[in-house]
Ligand binder design. Structure first.
Ligand SMILES: [Zn+2]
Length: 317
C-alpha cells in the first residue's frame, strides 16, 4: 500500500498531458515528426498502435489514477503507440526499434489491438514519408527483442517465407538480451517470438554489443535494466545536444513518476533505480526524451523534482 500512497502523491501538477511543440509537429495524417540533435536530422515514426491491459501497464498504480492519464476501452486496454526513430547519420540511416511487423495472425492482432498495416507496415511507410527508401537502412538498433519492439526486424514475404526486413542493415542488440530471448521461461515467453530475430542471426547480420558502448559516432547504448535484464536505451548526441530513446524504461510520459512502473517489468525495483538514475541525468543535462509508447506525447524534456527524485515533463519542450 505504500506504493499506492506514493502513486497518489505522484501526480504533480507540472506533469502536463501534452507537450505542445511535439504534438503539433504531427500534422493530420502524418506518421513522422522531424527534429535535430546538433547536426543530426532525426525523425520519430508512428509505426502503429497496440492496446495493452491498462492495469498491466501501470503495475501497482490503482486504476482511478492511471485512467486519468490514459483512458481504457471496454476491455480495459489502453492505446499505445509503437514509436521508432530514424536518424540520418553520416554512416547511413539508423533505425531504432521496428514496431510489430507484418507476421501476426488475426487472433494475435485482436488480442493486442495491433493496427500497423502499411506497405508492408506503417514503419516502412514512415521511412518513405521521411524521404528515404527502407532498403537504405544501414543500422537497426533494438532496445530489446519483445514483439512490439523487434517485430518489424523481419518480414513475411508474399510466398510466406520470413526474412530480415532490412537485409542491407546490421542489427544491433545487447548480447545478454539476445541470449535471454532464446531461453524463454513461462513468465516471459509470450513476448519473445523467435521469428523476430532468428532470421537475422541466421543471415549473419547481427552485431551483439555488451554494456554502454558507442555503436556509431554519437550513438551510444545505455544499458537500462529492469523491464528485462539487458534492456538498452539509446543516446543520440551531437554538438552538446542529447536525445534519449528510452524504450520500455519509461514507456509513456505517464510513467515518469518513480513508482509508476509496468507490471510487465521483470525486475520492478531495478527499474525504479535505473529510472531515477537516468531521469536525474536527463534533467541535469537537458536531454530530449523520446517516449516509445506514449499515445500522444512523442518527446519532451524533464525537470527533476528534488523531493521525490523523479522527472516531471516540462510543458514546452
Ligand atoms: Zn514495449
Amino acid at each position: 500500500m505504500k506504493h499506492d500512497a506514493g502513486a497518489e502523491k505522484s501526480v504533480p501538477v507540472s506533469v502536463v498531458r501534452t507537450s505542445l511543440s511535439c504534438c503539433t509537429a504531427y500534422l493530420e495524417g502524418m506518421l513522422t515528426s522531424r527534429f535535430t540533435i546538433g547536426s543530426l536530422i532525426c525523425h520519430t515514426i508512428e509505426a502503429g498502435l497496440q492496446r495493452l491491459d491498462g492495469g498491466a501497464m501501470f503495475g501497482v498504480v490503482p486504476k482511478p489514477l492511471w485512467e486519468r492519464r490514459i483512458p481504457a476501452d471496454a476491455r480495459n486496454r489502453i492505446p499505445l503507440q509503437m514509436r521508432c526513430v530514424l536518424i540520418e547519420h553520416p554512416d547511413g540511416l539508423v533505425l531504432i526499434d521496428t514496431g510489430a511487423g507484418n507476421k501476426d495472425d488475426a487472433k494475435f492482432k485482436d488480442i493486442y489491438g495491433l493496427e500497423n498495416e502499411g506497405h508492408p507496415t506503417r514503419l516502412e511507410d514512415g521511412i518513405r514519408e521521411a524521404g528515404h527508401d527502407p532498403a537504405d537502412v544501414k543500422w537497426v538498433i533494438n532496445t530489446h527483442l519483445h514483439f512490439d519492439h523487434a517485430g518489424g526486424n523481419t518480414t513475411r514475404r508474399p510466398d510466406g517465407s520470413i526474412a530480415p526486413s532490412f537485409p542491407g542493415a546490421t542489427y544491433v542488440v545487447q548480447k545478454g538480451e539476445r541470449a535471454f530471448a532464446t531461453s524463454p521461461n513461462e513468465r516471459i515467453r509470450a513476448s519473445y517470438l523467435q521469428a523476430n530475430y532468428q532470421p537475422v542471426t541466421e543471415a549473419g547480420i547481427q552485431k551483439l554489443v555488451e554494456g554502454d558502448v558507442e555503436i556509431l559516432p554519437g550513438i551510444r547504448a545505455l544499458v537500462t535494466p529492469g523491464h528485462v535484464p539487458f534492456h538498452q536505451s539509446i543516446l543520440i548526441q551531437d554538438r552538446g545536444e542529447t536525445a534519449c530513446f528510452l524504450g520500455d524504461l519509461v514507456p509513456t510520459s505517464a510513467h515518469l513518476p518513480a513508482p509508476w512502473i509496468m507490471g510487465y517489468d521483470l525486475e520492478p525495483l531495478v527499474t525504479l533505480e535505473t529510472k531515477k538514475r537516468v531521469l536525474t541525468r536527463a534533467a541535469s543535462e537537458g536531454w530530449l526524451l523520446i517516449f516509445e509508447h506514449d499515445p500522444t506525447v512523442g518527446r519532451g524534456r524533464v525537470a527533476l523534482d528534488e523531493k521525490k527524485g523523479w522527472g516531471a515533463l516540462l510543458p514546452d519542450s
